[in-house]
Design a protein around this ligand. Sequence first.
Ligand SMILES: Cc1cc2nc3c(=O)[nH]c(=O)nc-3n(C[C@H](O)[C@H](O)[C@H](O)COP(=O)(O)O)c2cc1C
Length: 165
Amino acid sequence: MSKNVLVAYATKMGATASIAAAVGAELRAAGIQVDVHEIGAVQAVTPYDAVVLGSAIYQGCWLPEAVRFLRRHERQLRTRQVWLFHSGPIGAGRDEEQPVPPDVNRLARAFHAPPIKTFAGNLQADAVLHNHDLERLVGDSRDWRDIRTWSHHIATTLTTPEPAT
Ligand SMILES: Cc1cc2nc3c(=O)[nH]c(=O)nc-3n(C[C@H](O)[C@H](O)[C@H](O)COP(=O)(O)O)c2cc1C
């Protein structure tokens, strides 16, 4: 039977929303039933077999609503397949894995989630007004191929029958 998957995201400027949409599209293309929602619109994870959750990174932290979501649904997420990603690095550092904030790391371990995936981000001019250090980094570093490859791996995991024991 096809799995039912939630792709939930926390964003300030929209880059993470587009990444979540691309993840959802790739899973759908593999025949998986997918809902893509901003975290604030999700009441429960119980209807889903698996959850993919992503947050933008600001000042080394996940957005608070993403951490709150993981805490609030911790018990249900422990019994589901969970994949986590964060979106942040830009410019010359776009390929650098970002450290996982300790609060997120503790929760990820509780869910037995695979290593958290770092996706390059998109820094918009509006987000860095009057910040001269960041202004020179404005630009879209998102790597759609990387996003598709990661999503494809999830789709394969979800659609491969588990061996009989
Ligand atoms: C003030 C500020 C702080 C940021 N801090 C980080 C950071 O600590 N690590 C990182 O990888 N990216 C950082 N970024 C880049 C954002 O995470 C990136 O632009 C991301 O794609 C934005 O996602 P969103 O559009 O979904 O909010 C920062 C951006 C701004 C404007």
